[in-house]
Design a protein around this ligand. Structure first.
Ligand SMILES: C[S@@+](CC[C@H](N)C(=O)[O-])C[C@H]1O[C@@H](n2cnc3c(N)ncnc32)[C@H](O)[C@@H]1O
Length: 274
């Protein structure tokens, strides 16, 4: 991971951000402080606040402020088929994999659901059966994912034929069709502090979230994700999230950003990483 080369920056929380842990339970020691401070500065500008103390006071006073700050600091940029060439590589890897009656997939920082629906469409195109668990730490963004409504500009990464096949026109945008939607189950899950699902997955997609965390937390998460894969299962990370020591988690790089879980028969799945 590009950011993985920044080494262990230590998990001492920035004292300026301690109120975020107190008010909204954010695991601040795991996040890189500059990213969070930048997000807070943007939020304060938008809301006419000039200091963190002012922000803190508003958050203490009003739960609505707490909800809005949480939603703002967890960055939700996403897109259907984001970085398309990587989805092409995933297709290649799926074709190289042992056949399964149903693919069990986890989209582990799913944002507004575009990623989970991309997975559903990709498996639909490949005529493979799939069930998808889509999780995110932010309940609000998952609310919008569950609604399944997207503005026209959100659909720009999709060919017209996919738009026609999987979406119905709605005022101001389009709504995902029930047949695609029912492939996905949404659930709130914070990768830093919540228990992970116990069912093993054939594919875990965890893209563009590890970059926000310090190295030790990223490594711990990657180890835990690998431990949730079946042998031969695939881990799909973001394009800048290159693992330095994939073998420590039983992972073998197969194509850029795509790793195969091949645990050594002598090792426990996540040895040394939990
Ligand atoms: C930049 S978006 C990436 C969305 C999607 N994976 C993609 O690549 O298009 C990052 C997502 O991670 C979520 N997130 C941030 N911290 C998280 C955490 N500790 N656990 C789970 N999700 C988190 C945010 O709410 C946001 O929806």
């Amino acid at each position: 991971m590009r950011a993985m080369r920044d080494g262990a920056q230590g998990d001492v929380a920035d004292p300026r951000l301690r109120f975020l842990a107190e008010e909204i339970g954010l695991a601040i020691e795991a996040y890189k402080p500059d990213q969070i401070l930048r997000r807070l500065a943007g939020f304060m500008r938008l809301n006419g606040l000039s200091s963190l103390d002012q922000l803190k006071a508003e958050m203490r006073r009003d739960p609505e402020w707490r909800r809005r700050v949480y939603h703002h600091v967890t960055i939700h940029v996403t897109a259907f088929f984001r970085d398309p060439e990587y989805w092409d590589r995933l297709r290649t890897l799926i074709a190289r994999s042992a056949p399964r009656p149903t693919w069990r997939v986890w989209s582990a920082a799913a944002s507004n659901g575009a990623e989970a629906l991309t997975i559903a469409m990709l498996f639909g195109e490949l005529k493979l059966d799939v069930t998808i668990l889509a999780t995110d730490a932010d309940p609000e963004i998952l609310g919008s994912a569950r609604e399944g409504f997207y503005r026209m500009e959100d659909l720009s990464g999709l060919s017209l034929s996919l738009q026609k096949r999987f979406f119905d026109a709605a005022e101001g945008g389009a709504r995902v069709q029930p047949g695609l939607k029912r492939r996905v189950t949404y659930r709130v899950l914070d990768l830093l502090k919540d228990p992970y699902p116990t069912t093993p997955f054939d594919l875990i997609v965890c893209r563009n979230v590890l970059i926000y965390f310090h190295a030790p937390d990223r490594e711990r998460i990657v180890g835990q994700l690998a431990g949730r894969l079946v042998p031969g299962g695939i881990l799909f990370l973001g394009s800048t999230e290159v693992l330095l020591k994939p073998d420590a988690a039983g992972l073998t790089p197969e194509l850029p950003s795509l790793y195969r879980y091949q645990p050594s028969p002598l090792a426990t799945p996540t040895s040394g990483m939990r």
